[in-house]
Design a protein around this ligand. Structure first.
Ligand code: NDP
Ligand SMILES: O=C(O)C1=N[C@H](C(=O)O)C[C@H](O)C1
Length: 261
């Protein structure tokens, strides 16, 4: 049976990748796409309903899973609209504030919601192994993260870098609010032992690179993930949509649960 999906921001980098992958697949039916009126020219060739407001589409698509990779305020609005009709929603948007994150968690009690700052299997494998590396190497190893993205990216650091930093800090019993250092400049003095640096580089068309460094005495370990295309994020989001379609609400789901925590 084919899984009905609605794609938000269908002209965007992720939205267009998702739309084309879903349309090519027998596993999914695109029930409709949503894009702002001034940017939706050309979408009519997709052969599915094209709307400018998700609320106009949802009543005619009961059970369809919304997939939203847009902007924080847009994704929150999509989740509120999906809450009214009971449609599940997969969100990949990053740069959410703590309040927006909390609101998603509240809405996830009533409808199935999946949010992950990175839908690739590779990054989520990294999330799984980092605490083990941290424990083996121990506190003598200073931890830093760098991320590189294309020059269009609006949020920094990336949602993935934020997640990787949280995982590392938690493993060491630290809180990112207390130890995070987001870029250095000037006469800053020696690096405190209890610090975790996160640094964002922007340029060109880089899809998304993340490196975690463990700097120790006489050696360092570097773990890098490089995304070669947006297709791996889109495939992960479609996999999440298929998985979510048979889940009950109750908690905000993420890649950890999909991959079997
Ligand atoms: N979780 C993951 O694996 C990944 C997450 N991301 C995240 O996804 C988000 C989007 O990234 P990307 O695709 O590169 O960004 P884009 O800017 O290319 O796409 C966003 C799209 O949303 C559209 N949009 C904005 N407002 C609305 C609205 N009210 N209704 C419908 N559509 C709207 C934009 O239109 P307009 O151009 O008019 O603003 C645009 O088409 C970012 O937060 C990014 O970090 C990206 C890749 C992977
Ligand atoms: O904006 C992007 O492009 C990406 N955003 C996500 C993030 O902020 O972590 C995931 C990926 O790195 C691409």
């Amino acid at each position: 049976m084919s899984i009905p999906v609605i794609i938000m921001g269908a002209k965007g980098r992720m939205g267009s990748t998702l739309t084309h992958l879903a349309m090519e697949s027998d596993q999914f039916t695109v029930s409709g796409v949503v894009e702002r009126a001034e940017y939706s020219k050309g979408l009519e060739t997709l052969g599915c309903p094209v709307m400018h407001d998700l609320a106009e589409l949802l009543p005619s698509c009961p059970g369809a899973t919304v997939i939203d990779f847009t902007a924080p305020e847009v994704s929150l609005d999509s989740a509120r609209k999906a809450s009214k009709t009971g449609n599940p929603i997969v969100i990949g948007t990053t740069g959410l504030s703590a309040d927006q994150q909390a609101e998603l968690e509240t809405m996830a009690r009533d409808i199935p919601i999946f949010w992950s700052p990175n839908m690739s299997i590779g990054v989520n494998a990294l999330v799984r192994i980092l605490p083990m590396l941290e424990r083996i190497l121990g506190e003598a190893y200073d931890m830093e993260i760098t991320e590189i993205h294309h020059h269009h990216k609006k949020d920094a650091p990336s949602g993935t870098a934020v997640k990787l930093a949280q995982v590392l800090a938690e493993s060491r019993g630290w809180k990112m609010d207390e130890v995070g250092n987001y870029g250095r400049q000037g006469i800053i003095g020696a690096r405190p032992e209890k610090e975790l640096g996160v640094h964002a580089l922007r340029g060109g068309d880089v899809v998304g690179d993340h490196t975690v460094y463990f700097f120790g005495p006489g050696e360092r370990v570097e773990v890098t993930h490089r995304a070669h295309s947006r297709e791996n994020f889109a495939r992960g989001a479609l996999r999440a949509a298929a998985w979510l379609s048979s889940r009950k609400p109750g908690r905000l789901y993420s890649m950890g649960q999909l991959l079997g925590e």
